[in-house]
Ligand binder design. Structure first.
Ligand code: UDP
Length: 134
């Protein structure tokens, strides 16, 4: 708790739909700072690491296809309780559970193409920031 850094990634659907500005604006209006950012093209190897907890799911290859379908914007976002706070403004993973007013609730119409990734714990925030920014 306190001032935290979290790893946020705007996914290919967010970039393609021209929603980066909208999402960045919500992050800034929440009071968080973007302290680093870069456009990236991900490959299967880094996605196997990043989504290791999903590697044995039947839909894993579809996640890889989606996440390699175009560039993503990786960001380090900093602020008071930013890890949990970002998860709250992102909304639930399943699109049908993401409430209106959240990023996913307002813009996602599928569980796969759900616009944004955010670290789910301090341990994962540290690992993911290292993974994408070192
Ligand atoms: N995902 C999917 N189908 C599912 C669950 C997850 O396509 O049934 C995708 C979706 O893009 C999700 C990502 O895999 O954001 C990672 O899933 P996780 O359970 O880690 O959720 P998140 O932390 O992204 O909310």
């Amino acid at each position: 708790m306190g001032i935290e850094k979290t790893y946020i990634m705007l996914k290919p659907d967010c970039v393609k739909r021209g929603l980066m500005g909208e999402v960045i604006s919500r992050i800034e209006r929440k009071g968080y700072k973007i302290v680093d950012a870069k456009m990236m093209n991900l490959d299967e190897a880094i996605l196997k690491e990043h989504y290791a907890h999903l590697a044995d799911k039947p839909f894993f290859s579809e996640i890889v296809a989606f996440m390699t379908s175009g560039p993503v914007l990786g960001m380090i976002v900093e602020g008071e309780n930013a890890i949990k706070g970002m998860r709250i403004i992102m909304g639930a993973t399943k699109f049908e559970e993401a409430t209106a007013g959240t990023i996913r609730g307002d813009f996602a119409h599928s569980t796969r193409e759900n616009l944004i990734h955010g670290s789910d714990s301090p341990e994962n925030a540290e690992i993911e920031i290292k993974r994408f920014f070192s």
